[in-house]
Design a protein around this ligand. Sequence first.
Ligand code: NOJ
Length: 750
Amino acid sequence: MNHTRTLILALMIALLPACSQQRPSTVGSDAAIEKRIDQLLARMTLSEKIGQMNQVSVGGDISHYAEALRKGQIGSILNEVDPVKLNEYQRICVEESRLGIPLLVGRDVIHGFHTIFPIPLGLAATFDPALVEEGARIASLEATAQGVRWTFSPMLDIARDPRWGRMAEGSGEDPWLDARMAEAMVRGYQGPVLDTTSMAACIKHFVGYGAAEGGRDYNSTFLTERQLRNVYLPPFEAAVKAGAMTLMTSFNDNDGVPSTGNAFILQDVLRGEWGFDGLVVTDWNSMGEMIAHGFGVDRKDVACKAANVGVDMDMMTFGFISHLEELVASGCVKESVIDEAVRRILRVKILLGLFEHPYVDVEAAAAVQYAPAHLDAARKAAEASAILLKNDGVLPLRADKVRTILVTGPMADAPHDQLGTWSFDGQKDHTVTPLKALQERFPGKVIYVQGLRNSREVRTRFDDVVAAARRADVVLAFLGEEAILSGEAHCLADLNLMGSQSELLAALKATGKPVVATVMAGRPLTIERDLSNCRALLYAFHPGTMGGPALANLLFGDVNPSGKTPVTFLRTVGQAPLYYAHNRTGRPYNGEMLLSEIGAEAGQTSLGNTSYYLDYGAYPLFPFGYGLSYTTFRYSDIALDREVYAEDGTIDVSFTLTNTGECDGTETVQVYVRDLVGSVTRPVKELKAFERVALKAGESRRLNVRIPVADLAFYGLDGVKKVEPGDFQLWVAADSASGEPLSFQVEKKE
Ligand code: NOJ
C-alpha cells in the first residue's frame, strides 16, 4: 500500500473533529438540530416518546404493525429489507402518524449486504483499514439503496478464545488492530458526508462480551476495570472518536453486572468520559434477560434499571413500551430521562436525513446490488485476507504445468457456507465457489469429487477420491467448517477439523500427488496434524461472495498472499486462551522439557518450573501477525531516531525492507513495544503500528514509522491513563514472535 497515502489519511483523521462526517446543508448546525428536536419533543405525548424508544423485529404482513406505527408506538424496526415494504412502513409513519416521524430501519449488515466480503476476522487479516473502509462503504451503498439506514456493526469484541463462535464477527485478539478496523468500518458505513448513502454504525457489544468464560457464548465475564480499560474499551473509544452514531449493549454480566443495567460502563465511561451523545440500543432482549441473570425481578424492574443507566432503545424486550409510562407515573424514571433518550434517537434520524428522505427509489436499488465494482472489491478483499501458513514451494501452481486438477472437500463448492456467519442477505446464487472459478478458468482440466458431503461426515474409505487423485497432477482440497459452525451461539469445545476431513487429507497425501489444502472457517482451527498432510496450506476464513476467484488467483500466483493472522493459532484447544500480548509472568517459559522428553523415573523436580503445559509447551502453532508470501522479505538497519524520548515526543523508527525473492509482494510490517517495568505488570509485547508495504521483486525501500509516545500510555496502579517513564523495547518485525528488540527510554517530564 502507498505509504504516503496512509500517512496523509492518518493525518486527516487526527485533524478531524470528533464526528468525522460532514453534514448535508439540509440538516443544519448543531443548534438548529437541537432546536428542531426541542420543537418535536414539545409536541410529543409521553406515549409517543416511549414509542420512539421501542424497536421491533418485523416480518410477514405489514398490516400487523400498521396500527402501532400510526399511533407512534414503534421508533425503529429491524429485519425487513424489501424496499417496497420499507417504503410502505415509512409511508404509514410519515403520512399517517400524528407527528410524521420516520422509522429508523436496522439490519445486521456485518460484512456486506448482498455482495458479501470476508467475515470480519478475515478482513482483519488484511491489516488494511483502507480496504476494510471500502468494503463497509459498499455494504452501505447496497443496504441504504433498499432503505436500511442502520447497521448493527462493527463488532469490536476482543476475542482471545477461538472456542467462542463469535470470534468470526470481530477483528480478533488485539486492541490496536481492532481499533483501526473499528474506525475504518465506522467511516465506511457512515460515509464522508452523512447523506442518503450513510448507514449509522452501531458499535457492539458493549462490553467485554468476547471474554465469555470458557469461550461459551452468553457466559459471564470477570474483567477487572484495568483489563477493561487497557484491552476491551480502546476499540470502542476509537470508534466513538471516529463518530460512531450508535452503540449496542452486550448480553454478558461482568463481575455480576449485566451490561444493559451497568451504570459504570454506560454512564461513567461512555457518556461521562467519552462524551458519547449517540443512541444506545440493547441487544436482542438483553434487557429482558436481566431477569434470567437474576438482576431484576420482572420486566418492569429491568426496564427501570435500563432506562436509568442511559439505555435509549429497547430491542425486543418490549419492556419500555409496556412499562415506562407507569414507571414515570410512579417516579421510578424521570420524564427528563425519557426526553434525553428520545432526543438521542431523533438526533440520529435527523442527521441521517430521514425526515427529508424517508423513501427509496425501488428500481434504482436493484441496480446497485452486486455491481461489478462491488464484486471486484469483494474479490480483492478475499485475496488480501487469505493467509499462507505453509508452502514447501509447491505454490504458486503453474497453469501451464498442470493438465488435471482434482478439486475435493466439503468447502470446494459450498456457495452458502463460504459466505460465513451473519450474511443474511447474501444469496448463494451469486456466490462464486472455488470449484466454479477453477472450472471456468481451466475448462476440461478439473475433476471434482466431493469426498465428504459436509465437514461433519465420517467416512472410513476414500476410494473414489483417491482414484481421482491418482489421475491428477495436483490435488486441491477445500476443508474447514460451514457457516453454521461459527457465529452467535455457535461455540465449539473441539477445534480440530470435523468429521473425516483430516483422514481425507491423509489419504490424499498417501497417493504421493502434491496436495494443497485451503481451509475456510470462522475461527482459527487446530490444524497442526493436517499441516503434515499437505504441501501448502492457505487459510481463507469464510471469504464471501467472490472467494472462488480470489482463491484461484492466489493458488495460481496471479496474486501473492499477504494476509497475516489476526489471532493466535493454537496447537490444541486446551491451550486456549493463548494470545501474544499476555502479561509477563514470574516464571516465563524457557523451552523446558516436555513430557515426551523425560524418562520414566522423572520426579517432581525434573520438570521446569515455568509457565507451560507439560504436553504442549507454551507456544502456539502460529503467532499473531504471521503469514507467508510467495516471496521473502528482509528487515535491516532498523534504527530509532533517539535513545531517549520526552513523554510528549514521537518515536521515529526507520528500517530497510527488501523483497529478497523473485516475485512482487506485499509485507505487513508490524511494530511492537514492551514496557519493561510498570506500576503494574505489562504485556510482553503490544502492537503499536502496522503498515502494508508493496515491493517489487528485488526492491529495497527505506521506510519509517512514527509512534507518538502518548500511545504507550496505559491504566496503571493509580487507575489513571498515562505513560510511565522508564525503559522500553521496540521490535519492527514480520510477526509478533520474530525480530530483535531495540531499546529506548522515556524521560520523566520535569
Ligand atoms: C443478537 C446479536 O447479539 C447482535 O449482534 C445482533 O445485532 C442482534 N441480535 C440483532 O440481530
